[in-house]
Design a protein around this ligand. Structure first.
Ligand code: NAP
Length: 239
């Protein structure tokens, strides 16, 4: 399968490129073709050290998306509209995968004045560093993206709860469950196969695209727990 990772030069894009390249043809996209080629060369060096001859290619985001079966959006929420605008004219039968989590720091709801419960918050905790899920107007990042895509282009929302550093470290074994949300069973099964292709990741069907907010919002929860409890490489596992 031909997979394009838009924003493939970034934190999570690197891990996806490294982990998916052993079974698929990987191209990473960037706004800057030279940057994409440099990142691809860096990833290929890493693969070589692990004994793999697989080649990752680098190009601009639009060309990467044009030639792909699956287009993974490894881009921050605020940059999504410009990327979708860029690729919309060339979308045909590609499956779009969103890993996007809209998050904010220090702008969460809990506020001593506005809390209806008047929960006492200690001064140390109040305004302390933590992340919250920034619910987009449509309900989730995936629903926002669905509204921007041309009719007939299938969207799957997945991989939100995998930490980038863990994914990109090929010495680390992953042992996580991966929620898969979408309205098409066909495209969900293709993305579930991508998940299964990474050892010890288990895809779990979560429901239609409307369920994505629940999965997206687990990521800031995980980050807060990790940072407050000195835990590393947290992921989600249903037991
Ligand atoms: N990091 C994680 O652990 C993690 C885990 C799960 C999900 N996610 C989600 O994955 C997505 C990417 O996260 P990340 O941490 O990998 O992000 P990132 O490294 O900050 O950015 C990814 C790429 O976005 C591109 N970019 C930057 N500004 C842009 C703009 N104005 N327009 C278009 N592209 C732009 C850059 O590529 P070029 O400069 O090469 O164009 C950059 O390498 C986010 O939506 C995040 O919520 C991240």
């Amino acid at each position: 399968m031909k997979i394009a990772i838009l924003g493939g030069t970034g934190n999570i894009g690197k891990g996806f490129a490294l982990r998916l390249s052993h079974k698929h043809e990987l191209t990473i996209g960037s706004r800057n073709i030279e940057k994409a080629k440099a990142s691809a060369a860096e990833y290929n060096e890493i693969l070589k050290k692990y004994g793999s001859n697989n080649r990752i290619e680098g190009t601009d985001n639009k060309t990467a998306a044009q030639n792909a079966d699956v287009v993974l959006l490894a881009i921050r929420y605020e940059n999504i509209p410009s990327i979708i605008e860029l690729i919309n004219p060339i979308l045909d039968k590609q499956i779009i995968v969103s890993v996007v989590v809209p998050m904010a720091k220090d702008r969460c709801y809990i506020n001593q004045d506005s809390s209806p419960l008047k929960i006492p918050v200690s001064p140390e905790d109040y305004n302390a560093n933590y992340f919250c899920y920034s619910t987009p107007p449509a309900g989730s990042a995936a629903q926002e993206i669905a509204m921007l895509l041309p009719e007939g282009i299938e969207l799957v929302s997945s991989f939100h709860n995998v930490p980038a550093n863990t994914l990109a470290n090929l010495d680390m074994e992953l042992d996580y469950d991966i929620g898969v949300c979408g309205n098409s069973m066909h495209s969900k099964s293709i993305v579930s196969d991508l998940v299964r292709g990474i050892p010890n990741l288990r895809p779990l069907d979560v429901g239609p695209i409307e369920t994505s907010a629940m999965v997206e919002s687990l990521t800031p929860l995980m980050i807060n727990i990790a940072s407050r409890n000195q835990m590393k490489n947290l992921g989600i596992k249903f037991v």
